[in-house]
Design a protein around this ligand. Sequence first.
Ligand code: 13P
Length: 290
Amino acid sequence: MLVSAKEMIDKAHAGHYAIGAFNINNLEWIKGILTACEETKSPVILGVSEGAGKYMCGFKNVVNMVKGVHDYLGITVPVAIHLDHGTYEGAKACIEAGFTSVMFDGSHYSFEENLAKSKELIELAHSKGVSIECEVGGIGGEEDGTLSMGELADPKECATIASLGVDFLAAGIGNIHGVYPKDWKGLNFERLGEIQKATNGKPLVLHGGSGIPYEQVHKAITLGVSKVNVNTELQIEFAKATRGYIEAGNDENIAKKGYDPRKLLKPGTEAISAKVKELLKIFGSEGKAL
Ligand code: 13P
């Protein structure tokens, strides 16, 4: 059974560790992530962007795929399926399709509109037992077409959205999606502390979790981050392992009998598992599902 992310996030916040929120893009990613989390007894959030939802033939299909893999592999750790950077319409569609958690990213609206839409969606999600994340202050980089310039969220705005009863809050603290530029200044811990204080200790979400030095991730967790999102690092690992498989001479057979996709994609699936395990150690969520 898939679960809401509320309980696992609240426990993580109280215990000063973070839940890994790993994006999924296909069957192999689902398998790789769930296997790693089961082996390490870590609760987990599977993030689905709207683009990835389309790629996997719709939200309903993603829910069915995740449930199917979960049951087939006999997964026992808590697993939430979560819409990542959802639009207003996307969040509603995912609640309808059986997602157990959604993010509404209204950071590109005026604050008043973000507030009104967040309020409506928080009520809707909670009426269905679905956890919800909202965003204040854009997070730089590009996430499936949702563009925003990196910024530092305003603690007062964070407090207002937190008071609506959102379960966890994404707030810009200098983090960006994708690969960090060489001259990146690092996370702004002062702002993170101000946001945590202004929101009365609301669990916070660190987007753009790929490539942040581990000491900074760790410090952010001690200051109130309870969910760390990772996509880019898994993409890199998956691509490197797949390319490695081909470069190792395994393409000799193409002319004879073509690729067996199961063999081609296996190293990538294993590489994702290995990276997830490495990250779970940093996040401190290993063994927390026991
Ligand atoms: P990365 O691009 O750093 O992996 O961030 C992913 C993310 O924040 C998804 O919402």
